[in-house]
Design a binder for this molecule. Structure first.
Ligand SMILES: Cc1ncc(COP(=O)(O)O)c(C=O)c1O
Length: 391
């Protein structure tokens, strides 16, 4: 069925997943119960973090992180333009200023050389909130960022929506928060594991953990330790107007089942990437990310950078021609400062980001998901080469 059309990404659901969710549907409690807790415990363990809090999306996980970080109007959120809008957009509710840093075209990640001069400004009234994104699964060198930070009030939030299962260069898992306060994940269906919609934050800090949970459920506080008054077991108090971002037991059961296959998913995605690399080696007008991090990377995306001017076709034509051959592609991402919601706040700043712009002019994500075969990669590359070399 899926062989007919190759989307750029999709989930893999097996009978165990279906059974796990069906079982919960027969239970008394179907949300906020033991399956959520079991998933959180397993996820924290997988990431080697002390705590994990699950949310109903990666975006909610980001919002909760900005809340827990006590983001305020004087704070600067310092991040990459090559990401999904919510990486920065989630901080706008607290009035934070968004500061962009150019990218490194070899990885699609924030450029650490460009990051250094933008942080640590001593006379700034607010704090720095540094938000690197592990784009396509390639981990940013967090230890290096940690060494750059001079101000003690700086907060670091890793956006690891793409990087479940990836490792840093020392072999420790992304999400372990050795060099950050919090790490966020997304379990949207195109990601490496899915809970349909869903997300999580990992942290090692008990105070942040407490605030993340408070954010998730309408700012509700029940723990007697934090209550102003306590009239009885029914008593609770609200400490922030947040919203309902709860993760259900159905999602917890699916997540737990998917987590068991994480290594299998990661291995297969890496094999597919190796095949792409082999077949695209030396291809004219097509540039790939560095392979230096492949052994540590759980690939969410496989991005090529095509010199569209040289092939005399634009991205839309290439996408349309591939679609006719049943190959789905996507652009990750339009630099987020170009979206009207941010442009009206930061202005037309694209000229300051030559690398992000050059990347944007050339990027295309090719199909990559667990249920693809190596043959499918061969088919994609054969067609990509045809489309990019013939008129
Ligand atoms: C880098 C990045 N951050 C955050 C998100 C938000 O995750 P979700 O779609 O689960 O809200 C995404 C999802 O596309 C993402 O790619």
């Amino acid at each position: 069925m899926i062989k007919n059309f190759l989307p750029y990404g999709r989930q893999s659901i097996n009978e165990n997943d279906i059974q796990a969710v069906s079982n919960v549907l027969r239970e008394e409690i179907i949300t906020r119960g033991k399956h959520v807790e079991a998933f959180e415990a397993a996820f924290a363990e997988e990431c080697k973090a002390k705590y994990a809090v699950a949310f109903n999306s990666g975006t909610a996980a980001l919002q909760a992180s900005y809340f827990a970080a006590n983001t305020g109007a004087n704070d600067k959120v310092i991040t990459t333009p090559n990401t999904f809008f919510s990486t920065a957009g989630s901080a706008l509710a607290w009035g934070a200023r968004i500061v962009f840093v150019d990218i490194d075209r070899n990885t699609g990640n924030i450029s650490l050389d460009a990051l250094e001069p933008t942080i640590n400004q001593p006379n700034s009234r607010g704090k720095d909130i540094i938000v690197p994104v592990h784009f396509s699964g390639i981990a940013v060198d967090m230890e290096k960022i940690d060494r750059m930070i001079r101000r003690t009030d700086t907060i670091v939030i890793e956006d690891a929506a793409h990087a479940i299962g990836s490792k840093y260069s020392d072999g420790s898992p992304v999400g372990s928060c050795q060099w950050s306060h919090m790490t966020i994940f997304s379990f949207h269906p195109v990601k490496t594991i899915t809970t349909s919609e869903g997300g999580a934050v990992t942290t090692n800090d008990p105070n942040l953990y407490h605030l993340l949970k408070r954010f998730r459920n309408n700012g509700i506080e029940r723990d007697p330790k934090y209550l102003e008054q306590n009239f009885g077991p029914w008593h609770y108090e609200i400490y922030a107007a947040t919203g309902n971002y709860n993760f259900t037991d159905l999602q917890g059961a699916l997540g737990l089942s998917q987590l068991q296959r994480l290594d299998t998913f990661v291995t297969k995605r890496r094999q597919l990437v190796q095949r792409y690399r082999k077949l695209l080696k030396g291809a004219e007008h097509i540039r790939l990310f560095t392979d230096a991090h492949d052994e540590n990377t759980a690939f969410h995306l496989f991005v090529v950078q095509i010199d569209f001017a040289a092939i005399k076709k634009d991205r839309s034509q290439v996408m349309e021609q591939l679609l006719k051959r049943k190959i789905g592609t996507q652009l990750h991402y339009i630099p987020i400062y170009r979206h009207p919601e941010l442009r009206q706040r930061v202005g037309e700043i694209e000229n300051y980001f030559p690398e992000a712009e050059a990347y944007y002019a050339s990027a295309l994500s090719l199909p990559l998901y667990y249920e693809m075969d190596l043959d499918d990669v061969d088919y994609v590359v054969k067609n990509l080469k045809e489309v990019t070399t013939k008129s």
